[in-house]
Design a protein around this ligand. Sequence first.
Ligand SMILES: [Zn+2]
Length: 399
Amino acid sequence: MNYRKLVGGSLALAALLCGNLQASAQDYRQLHKQAIVVDTHNDVLISVLEGLRLEDDLRGKTHSDLARFKEGGVDVQVFSVWSDETYGKGKGYTFANLQIDSLNAIVARNTDKMMLARTPADIEQAISKNKMATMIGVEGGHMIEDNLKYLEALHKRGTSYMTLTWNNSTSWATSAMDETSGKLPKKRKPGLTKFGKQVVRKMNELGMLVDLSHVGERTFWDAMATTTKPVLISHSCVHHFNPHSRNLKDDQILAIGKNGGVIHLNFFSGFLDPDYDSRMNAFRAKHKAEVDSLRKAGKNSIEIFDWAMEKYPDEAAQLRPPLSLLMDHLDHIVKLVGVDHVGLGSDFDGITSTPQQLDSVADMPVITRELIARGYSEAAIKKILGENFLRVFQANVGS
Ligand SMILES: [Zn+2]
């Protein structure tokens, strides 16, 4: 459209724009439904091990259940197989397998709704049958117990990615927490050891995505220099807005762009918002007696947060950052490396607080609404929601 036409037809243009905006508001659910929506990190398996069933209505207990995955239009969900540092040698691998068993049991009970996916072709098949492609990500290299045979075995059982470390370092890779806390033993050189590099090469060979969420900067750079495939960041945010040790600095984001990898954004308020912790601490101090008694009664953090939402709705709402902050983190990555290197990695059920309007997996469509509002094209939105992950997955696995 040239300038003359624009001026001459300004009223018509205004009407057209308003019309478009209206259409966008109505169509975001449609676009969300059409797009392949991938979430690379959900921790609900831990709640399943504690006895909850994903078939049940778990509102008020978790962020996720099968009905809410459907409502949120989630087509591909990577379930996190997680354990902390107490599951070291002799325990980690067994516990990882126990979690995979429990995921397999959920899939077996719900074959009309879920399908285990290990390849891009599996994902395609699941989506064509209107089932949620169900994937496995092992969060924490300690679960292979320094044994490449265990890595191979976890891959054989359908594990698509492994996060090289969780908050704890392994004997072969240092974590973000340990690299920044100053608590690494003096003799321990940060980064990947020779065996650590072997682990990365083995993952490349197997077609298992190398996930660099949680790792320290030294491990990050060593892994980037070692991998021959595009990497995954399954659930992290951006350091530019919040200088947290778990968040990615601009030079890391640029390197991921060059590597062809993808950064999936975590929804945790504490990673998104530098002021979240101080607001939360003030709230906890103010309501200490009540929070302590709920803890004593065995309530988990999500249940305590829900209690706060109900009893002190105004205060609790103010604890959460606006949804726009998550979108700002996303925009920042796009500004640095374009729309091909960003996606969603909610960390639902591994985190307590999420931005306003994102209460559970059922609310995923609001992200599509915000992407439209920020002017992203339909093609760009589809990339962000899932196609970027599929590209990286394909590059690692083949077809
Ligand atoms: Zn995590």
